[in-house]
Design a protein around this ligand. Sequence first.
Ligand SMILES: Cc1cc2nc3c(=O)[nH]c(=O)nc-3n(C[C@H](O)[C@H](O)[C@H](O)COP(=O)(O)O)c2cc1C
Length: 445
Amino acid sequence: MLRASLKRLKEKNDLLICEKEVDPKYELGAVLKYFQNTRPILFNRIKGSNIPIIGGMFGNRKLYYEMIDTTHEERIHAFINAIANPMEPKVIPNGPIKENIIRRNIDLPRMFPIPTFHDEDSAPFITSGIVAFKDPDTGNVYTAVRRLQVNGGNNINVLIASPMMTELFEKFEAQNKPLEIAVILGYDYEFLLASQVSSELYGVDKYKIDSALRGEPLELVKCETIDLEVPAYAEIVLEGVMVPNKRIEEGPFGELMGYYGGKAPHPVMEVKAVLHRNNPILQVAFPCREEHLANGLMREVELYSALDKQVDVNDVNVTVGGGYRFHGVASINKKTEGDGKTAILAALGSNKDLKHVVIVDNDVDIFDSKEVEGIIATRVQGSKDIVIIEGGIGSGLDPSHFLRGVTDKVGIDATKPLGEDGKRFEKAKMPGYENINIKEYFPSI
Ligand SMILES: Cc1cc2nc3c(=O)[nH]c(=O)nc-3n(C[C@H](O)[C@H](O)[C@H](O)COP(=O)(O)O)c2cc1C
């Protein structure tokens, strides 16, 4: 879990350690923002607390691949393999998470240095808490990152946007029954990635996906006050219930794409027990966009699979600039003239959040946004290559459209024509460029 990741990051020289005291209110977020969440940072001295904070772990694509022992080329098939072949986790009798068990006088803001990131945020927020609960019908464990507004004492808001969790909570609510949940903090790369697998699409036990991704059973211990297992090596676990028929005002909160999300009544969790390791480390994720990379990696599986049914897809990028959800770029091996438009249809139908998609040929590096822009500039004629679908379902997190959740969808077919007509799009080649070793010319570089 987290400590094994930190050890590995340190050995790889990928962990920045901050020994200067930082204020969890704004200052910590400002330091994380400086690196755009691409550098993991361990803050050892936090104002007003002796608990260190780790942040920025999950925003760097190359590092993410390394930490889960995969490569860019293998990633999509590795993730599909884990979803298709889940592995049983293992319950063990005890684990470090139970080194401290607190059941009384729970006061979360006093116990943990929970950061505040933006000036209009309504309260400190736990931004990387993985909410876990068991589906009573299937026994499957469901995990997802949800933002958690810390209201004081043992009371936090849980913002649930996913249909699966909303439906279950509402079912419990109708019977006036609480829903038992845990919030898990201090996890690793596989655990976050598994949580981002869409329940709607696959309906799977995410602990089993996690085990398949890590190639060995995730070790779990039983909770103290609820019927659920949690990772034995997590740093902090909050056990409790989502209270039926109770709502508390949540927000505003600076969130996806850097906008403030609105204020609205949302369900409430009452924490019954806090478990933590000795000398726990609090995990945070900057609430903007880079930390959603894990979410984007799973969206790439969806986009790739949707395209794969219709065309010969080469690679896909659900881009960081589009918040890892609004923008997709796909390269295809074009076989017929209809492939570009067909790929647009498949892509825009793959996920409601995908708003703009660009389809290019396999000679384009789709992870180089400058190159993609150049291709749009030179291989697109608006009247025939741009498809606009008005008034589809979109993401409620996009402030640009008039009716929340309703959006136009745009596809750009930037593929070359086949045959003779395509010849004029061939790029000028410079013989020997690939073999230049710049160090031979400038040894100091
Ligand atoms: C760092 C991070 C923060 C997230 N915050 C929220 C959130 O506050 N509310 C939400 O509904 N989804 C949030 N998500 C997305 C969900 O975690 C994701 O949609 C979910 O895990 C997908 O699984 P599901 O289909 O089982 O809901 C966040 C994702 C990440 C990576």
